[in-house]
Design a protein around this ligand. Structure first.
Ligand SMILES: Cc1cc2nc3c(=O)[nH]c(=O)nc-3n(C[C@H](O)[C@H](O)[C@H](O)COP(=O)(O)OP(=O)(O)OC[C@H]3O[C@@H](n4cnc5c(N)ncnc54)[C@H](O)[C@@H]3O)c2cc1C
Ligand SMILES: NC(=O)c1ccc[n+]([C@@H]2O[C@H](COP(=O)([O-])OP(=O)(O)OC[C@H]3O[C@@H](n4cnc5c(N)ncnc54)[C@H](O)[C@@H]3O)[C@@H](O)[C@H]2O)c1
Length: 443
């Protein structure tokens, strides 16, 4: 049995950051990663970075095949850099193996076909989330059926792409493949697009995506896939429709990955949804065994996993003040064209929580920067508490919104009144100066 100060399972955002930091504090760290193509984790290899490269290149009208090649080159470079970052640290030993718990503090791996057991007082679980495959009949193993991971490895552009699921992945892939030239249809069980978002803005999003050529089929589930010929499958929907298509993307959520992790050999508990159960400081039900990122449930974003690392470090070495409870406003963006970004509450959510609200609305077409960049699409909305003047939230649909939303987040975190963003001196002509008008709200 090999003894370390810490074992990290999964070379993802949370895991690699924890491993590097512990090694810098002179801990001996075992880093276990099961897939040599995943050094650096989901984000850089199969998610945020490759998809945002394709979003970018699609908008630049770069041919699909060239964009896929560039994506592969960048990902390889990043993976190598991530690997070297830890491999070059004498305090870190990297094991390429699936990790499986044998007991609360023992982890089994396979090295050169031989089983090896590692033990450490501190263990960090960072084993990602994986694609949900919906219960469907037919040829699910067809080479024309994809997940978000496998579709972006396809070298030729599918003429017709049908996407099952209208969440983040469904919409981002719909927008990006339409930009490359695919004819895209999105099938979803909901009766409206983006059911949790501001209705006025969601309607605007649907309008813009339909103008691009995307078709939406609401209130419908995909039920069966039938192989037709070498280029075609048919997809039977619960509403009776049958779609002929060249590729099907299953974008129906991602679930915490605890497959083969051996949790049954431990006293680590899981939530009803199958995530690893953690307290507010991210410790599992076993003392000094921690879980970070997608595997512990909750919001699935790279920056959440990074902030999980901050919480864990604060509990191990700091003042123990950081926790899930102290985390402030979390922004997010859906990288459709133009992008949609949100922080805080919508009008409906604020009213449901008992706030009396004042609302600012700004069509992007009214803003000078929109004319400079020749993109008049979109609508911004801000929600303010009438009583205190505090900003309760903003939903920004329009160019550059993924950058802008962080300004609103900052103002909200600092408890600044809405007038702070309204009366700010911004440079010109830029998108952020739209806040002079967006926040010109009478409360
Ligand atoms: C298509 C797509 C696009 C996305 N776009 C964005 C975006 O733009 N912005 C954003 O913030 N988020 C985005 N996300 C979400 C983001 O990628 C994840 O939230 C984030 O990568 C999760 O990181 P993590 O720290 O949980 O671990 P991960 O980075 O997922 O790493 C986990 C690692 O553990 C390894 N592993 C698993 N089981 C074992 C085991 N038993 N033994 C050893 N190793 C194991 C895996 O191989 C993997 O390398 C996207 C996700 C997808 C799918
Ligand atoms: N920009 C980003 O930050 C970004 C981008 C992509 C993914 N992500 C992360 O990845 C996670 C997973 O994304 P996702 O889009 O797969 O999940 P999601 O939960 O956002 O959406 C899943 C969709 O699939 C639908 N669905 C479920 N079963 C279905 C069925 N049988 N037939 C048809 N539709 C069905 C749901 O109703 C929903 O519309 C997100 O939660 C997000 O955190 C983030």
């Amino acid at each position: 049995m090999l003894t370390y100060d810490a074992i990290v399972i999964g070379f993802g955002k949370g895991g690699k950051t924890v491993a590097g930091e512990l090694a810098n504090k002179n801990w001996n760290v075992a880093m276990i990663e099961k897939d040599p193509n995943m050094y650096g984790g989901t984000c850089i290899n199969i998610a945020c970075i490759p998809t945002k490269i394709l979003v970018h290149d699609g908008l630049e009208e770069i041919p699909y095949g060239d964009a896929i090649e560039r994506k592969d080159r960048v990902v390889e470079k990043l993976r190598e850099k991530n690997y070297k970052n830890l491999a070059s640290n004498d305090r870190v030993t990297i094991y390429e193996s699936e990790a499986k718990f044998r007991s609360d503090k023992e982890v089994e791996i396979e090295v050169d076909r031989k089983k090896e057991v590692l033990t450490a007082e501190h263990i960090f679980i960072n084993t990602e989330a994986t694609s949900n495959i919906p219960p469907m009949k037919g040829d699910l193993s067809s080479d024309k059926v994809y997940t978000s991971t496998t579709l972006i490895d396809r070298k030729d552009l599918p003429k017709k792409l049908t996407i099952v699921g209208g969440g983040y992945i469904g919409l981002e892939y719909a927008s990006m493949y339409t930009n490359f030239g695919s004819e895209v249809t999105v099938v979803m069980p909901e009766s409206v697009l983006l059911s949790h978002e501001d209705r006025e803005i969601a309607t605007e999003v649907q309008k813009e995506l339909e103008i691009k050529g995307i078709q939406f089929i609401f209130e419908s589930k995909a039920e069966k896939i039938t192989e037709e010929d070498k280029d075609t499958v048919t997809l039977s929907l619960s509403n009776g429709e049958i779609l002929r298509t060249n590729a099907v993307l299953l974008a129906t959520g991602r679930k915490p990955n605890v497959d083969n992790l051996g949790l049954e050999n431990t006293t680590i508990e899981q939530t009803a949804e199958g995530a690893i159960k953690v307290g507010n400081n991210l410790e599992t039900t076993v003392s000094n065994v921690w879980a970070l990122g997608d595997v512990r449930g909750g919001m699935q974003f790279t920056y959440i996993s990074l902030d999980d690392y901050r919480i864990v470090m604060d509990h191990l070495f700091g003042e123990k003040k950081r926790s899930l409870n102290t985390r402030k406003n979390i922004p997010y963006s859906v990288f459709i064209d133009p992008p949609l970004s949100k922080v805080g509450l919508t009008v409906k959510e604020a009213e449901e929580q008992g706030y009396e609200v004042a609302v600012g609305t700004l069509p992007i077409a009214s803003h000078p920067r929109a004319h400079v960049i020749d993109d008049l699409r979109g609508l911004f909305k801000a929600v303010v508490d009438k009583k205190t003047g505090k900003i309760l939230g903003a939903t920004l649909f329009g160019p550059e919104s993924p950058e802008l939303i962080n300004l609103v987040k900052l103002a909200m975190d600092l408890d600044a009144p809405y007038t702070y963003l309204r009366d700010q001196v911004y440079n010109h002509p830029v998108m952020s100066e739209s806040f002079n008008n967006l926040f010109d709200i009478s409360v």
